[in-house]
Every structure is written in C-alpha cells, then in structure tokens.
Design a protein around this ligand. Structure first.
Ligand SMILES: Cc1cc2nc3c(=O)[nH]c(=O)nc-3n(C[C@H](O)[C@H](O)[C@H](O)COP(=O)(O)OP(=O)(O)OC[C@H]3O[C@@H](n4cnc5c(N)ncnc54)[C@H](O)[C@@H]3O)c2cc1C
Length: 315
C-alpha cells in the first residue's frame, strides 16, 4: 500500500493507493517536490535544511519559457476589425453565438512573421549575440530569433482600435527554480533570467523591422527615446510611402535594452526543470522516466518539466 500526505492551505490529508501514487506537478512544481524529498543539488538542499537522499544536480535547472514583449499601436482599424468589443464585454456573446457571427471563428491574429537578422546585421551585434547566433541559428535557416504576431485587439485593456505586436524571443531563457526551506510555504528561489547573457544587448533590428513596417501607426507605451532622433514615437495620419529603416543610436539601444528588461513577460510555457538526459548533462530522468541515480523512484506520467529543449516555431 503506497501512501502520501498532502497539505493545502485549507486541509491536510493522507492519500492511500494499492499500487502507486503518481506525482506530476509540472515544470514549476516537480523540482520543488523532489528537492523537499531530498533529491537535488546537495548545496541547495543543505541551505534549505533538507537531508540529502540523492545527489541529482539538474533538479530545478534548465528552466525555459518563451519570453514575450508586447507593444500596442494606434491604428485605423474599424471596431469590427478588432476583438476589443468581445474582450471588453461590449457585445452580447449569446447573440453572437445565435447568429453564428464570423468573429467567433477568428483568433485575431492575421499575420505572424519569423524574423532573423541578415548575416551582415548579425555581425554588427555584440559578442554574446554572435555566440548564440553561431551556435543555434546561423546554419539553421528556418529557425527564427523572434516571432512577431500582430493581434487585432488589446486583451488587457480593451479600448479603441489598438493592435499590440507580440515578440517571442527564442530560445534563450535558461534559469533555475529551487526551494529555500523544507516547508512547502517557504519562499522560492526563482530567477526567470529571461535575458541570461547579462551583457547582451537586445538587438534593435527586430524591433526596428516592426516599427518600420508599421510606420503608419503611432506607438503607445513606446520606449522613451528622446524627441528628435529617428527612433522617437511619431504619429501619422494616413498611409506612408517609401518608409525607410530607422537608424538607432547607441543611446537608443541602451534605452531599448532597459525598456525590454522592464517589460518582458512569460507566455506560460514553463518547462525543462527535470529534463530527460544523462546525469552528466544535468539530466534528472532517464528514458524510462526513472529519476537518475535513485532506485525505485520513477515518474509515471510525463509533464513539461521533462522537456529538454524549448521548441521554436520551426519544430
Ligand atoms: C494562460 C495559459 C495559456 C496557455 N496556452 C497554451 C496554449 O495555447 N497551447 C499550449 O500548448 N500550451 C499553453 N499553455 C501551457 C500549458 O498549459 C502547459 O504547458 C501545460 O499545462 C503543462 O502541463 P504540465 O502537466 O507539465 O503541468 P501543469 O498543467 O502545470 O500541472 C501541474 C499540476 O501539479 C499541481 N502541483 C504543483 N505542485 C504541487 C504540489 N506540491 N503538490 C500537489 N500538486 C502540485 C498543480 O496544481 C497542477 O495542477 C498555457 C498556459 C497558461 C497558464
């Protein structure tokens, strides 16, 4: 008879099972359960006052996500060309369903682009970017550095005719999640580290591309560039012709870097914290879902924490 105690904020109880109890707590929960059970990096466990049962260095490491930046533009779209009325509760959903309204079959994303810098533009970016570019992108012509999707609507704050553009940086977001104490309510040590290469500048080229291709818009929540330079926020009435690339200064790049670090968010695609790989590669489970080096402890159900590498649009 297998049994385990569970405690939530509301109650404590014991679960008993004839064969086994399956624990599958996702990328954010699974490493914490293992660490509280004494399986993990001894240094982290000792700091948290947890007795070491098995040394498995990879537990909680390799945390990945698809970091996201969004910025809304003013546009000339008509109200029926955005989902703001639906998101803002300004239309009767029952009526839309009864009339089989076409907006119900629309995800509000008409255009998605994979963006890669040209070799010349990549060569102009800083050394940390070069390393990542050469390792993972340069020779894999289908792999984007960012994905840009234009969403016709502003889910967080519906208003008149905005269109945010989402940028998903891919795939550099390696980080760590660990316990700081044996009690489940102890604070976590969680660094998302969405820009892990601390000295790497956020390349302005993807942003510049978006900005140039959407020049007929004025940008809201724009990076606070000084008023005069090329990158400054400008509002235009009507379409523009012969739009040229924006020239970013070093000062613009620094402003953009800080703006991106302050605004980056998650797409809730957390994974990788108990990855399937050999111990020597900081793996936590093997191909049979058994925890590396721990006899009799196996994962019977796969979840996001086991994924080794964040998928990109190509894969
Ligand atoms: C808003 C949102 C939108 C998303 N949209 C998409 C999408 O469109 N497409 C897509 O592919 N993915 C999407 N995802 C991601 C997807 O939901 C996750 O990748 C997936 O659910 C991960 O599954 P999992 O089993 O690994 O973990 P989870 O689904 O997180 O399950 C883990 C479970 O373990 C429980 N748990 C944690 N710790 C403990 C503990 N100590 N004791 C007991 N129980 C515990 C949690 O309560 C949870 O129920 C989205 C996620 C969010 C949040």
């Amino acid at each position: 008879m297998a049994s385990m105690s569970i405690r939530s904020y509301a109650f404590c109880s014991t679960i008993k099972a004839k064969k086994l109890v399956i624990i599958s707590a996702g990328a954010l929960g699974t490493p914490l359960v293992l660490e509280r059970s004494g399986v993990g990096n001894p240094e982290i466990l000792q700091k948290a006052d947890v007795e070491v049962v098995a040394e498995v260095l990879g537990v909680g490491g390799n945390y990945m996500d698809h970091p996201l930046l969004s910025y809304p533009y003013k546009t000339s779209l008509l109200p029926n060309e955005t989902v703001d009325a639906v998101n803002g509760g300004h239309v009767d959903i029952k009526h839309l369903i009864a009339t089989n309204a076409s907006i119900l079959s629309w995800n509000a994303i008409d255009v998605t682009s994979k963006v890669r810098p040209s070799d010349a533009k990549a060569a102009a970016l800083d050394p940390a970017f070069q390393t990542a570019w050469n390792k993972d992108f340069k020779n894999d012509l289908n792999r984007p550095v960012v994905i840009i999707s234009s969403l016709n609507g502003r889910p967080s704050r519906p208003s008149s005719r905005p269109v945010p553009v989402y940028v998903i940086v891919n795939p550099y977001s390696g980080a760590q999640i660990d316990i700081t104490g044996s009690d489940a309510r102890a604070p976590l040590d969680f660094q998302t580290d969405f820009f892990p290469m601390s000295r790497m500048s956020i390349p302005s080229s993807p942003y510049g591309h978006t900005k140039s291709s959407a020049r007929s818009c004025a940008v809201w929540t724009h990076p606070p560039f000084p008023a005069e330079p090329d990158a400054a926020c400008k509002e235009f009435d009507g379409p523009l012709n012969d739009v040229e690339d924006i020239m970013y200064t070093l000062k613009d790049d620094a402003i953009l870097d800080q703006w991106a670090r302050q605004r980056v968010g998650s797409t809730w695609h957390s994974m990788g914290t108990c990855k399937m790989a050999p111990q020597s590669e900081f793996g936590v489970v093997d191909a049979t879902l058994s925890v590396n080096g721990v006899k009799g402890l196996s994962r019977e159900y796969p979840s996001g924490d086991m994924i080794t590498f964040q998928l990109s649009a190509k894969e």
